[in-house]
Write a protein that binds this ligand. Structure first.
Ligand code: SF4
Ligand code: SF4
Length: 307
């Protein structure tokens, strides 16, 4: 059994990649599951999707808690705790990034003996599709790492699926196939893999544990107060508000309009943002009434956030 967890943002195609992977794997003899996990969130919010692949019939339908592979479609997640959840050692993490794999392993904070693989899927997509759609090249890279299919078979299997989806746009079919070939070939050449940690392997206590009914939380019950403050929506953000104090007149309109109570006010003055809960909607910047704007939205990655 191979278990996979995908991390992406709404609109990046994490769910589509999982479904596509299940589809192509099932055509070469694998039993496959693909399922997403998201709520009624907006484009850009974090989305998680899962795959199970097995040569035997898959009889479990529980959430995946200890994946063998983690695939990260958006580099702004680097540093987020959600990426390393359930990793104990021996897994592989593929990240869409131009960062060096060694640098990446440190930034991710993965346990020893987790292999980190950097794939410039956005660059590959831009070259062949003219847009930053990293899901298909990341899927091809994952298949290359898992070594479950030859490139020729992958392209042949994908072609039919792509033609049925983009029938009237042959350039998208060919572009996707070229992106798949480049990502798969980069992995086949050994590209993107870091020198793994030399520390001893930390063995995961149990692989693929299926939660029993006794372990599942009761549904329909709020288990304690302050649950919303523990729900850190800050990793939804791909743009962050930046306060420019010299332009601020402390009218507090940003505080009034913020839907997440993420504008911090002390002694009647606006002093900054609660980045654990600001999800980067930009309403505060829009509503700031000053001529030169006391709030500017800036890309999360370029703000030196370490992501
Ligand atoms: S971007 Fe501004 S309005 Fe939106 S959640 Fe963050 S602080 Fe609040
Ligand atoms: S809306 Fe603009 S000027 Fe008013 S407190 Fe917020 S940042 Fe300052």
């Amino acid at each position: 059994m191979i278990e996979i967890r995908w991390h992406g943002r709404g609109g990046q195609g994490a769910k589509t990649a999982a479904v596509l992977l299940a589809d192509v794997a099932s055509r070469v003899g694998w039993h496959a599951q693909a399922f997403p996990e998201y709520g009624p969130e907006r484009m850009g919010a974090p989305v998680v999707a899962y795959n199970r692949l097995s040569k035997e019939a898959i009889r479990i339908h529980t959430p995946i808690t200890n994946p063998d592979y983690v695939v990260v479609l958006d580099p702004s997640f680097i540093g987020s705790q959600s990426l390393v959840r359930g990793l104990g050692g021996g897994e592989k993490v593929l990240v869409n990034t131009t960062r060096s794999p060694a640098d990446l392993a440190g930034a991710l904070g993965v346990p020893p003996d987790v292999e980190v693989i950097a794939v410039d899927a956005s660059g590959i997509a831009a070259r062949h599709l003219g847009r930053d759609i990293p899901n298909t090249p990341m899927m091809a890279a994952l298949i290359g790492v898992m070594e479950i299919m030859e490139l020729g078979k992958l392209k042949e299997t994908l072609r039919g699926r792509l033609e049925s989806k983009f029938g009237d746009r042959p350039e998208l079919v060919e572009g996707n196939l070229k992106a798949v070939e480049e990502a798969f070939s980069a992995i086949a050449r050994g590209g993107g893999r870091p020198v793994a940690s030399t520390e001893a392997a930390v063995k995961s206590p149990s692989r693929h544990p299926a939660a029993g009914w006794r372990e599942l939380p009761l549904s329909g019950i709020l288990r304690g107060g302050a649950t919303s403050s523990r729900w850190q929506t800050g990793d939804w953000r791909n743009y962050r508000p930046k306060h420019i104090p010299e332009n601020c007149i402390h009218c507090l309109l940003c505080w009034v309009f913020c839907p997440d109570i993420a504008v911090v006010v002390r002694d009647g003055r606006m002093v900054g943002f609660d980045y654990d809960h600001c999800k980067g909607c930009g309403i505060c910047a829009e509503e700031c009434p000053t001529k030169d704007k006391a709030i500017r939205m800036v890309p999360e990655i370029e703000e030196g956030t370490g992501r």
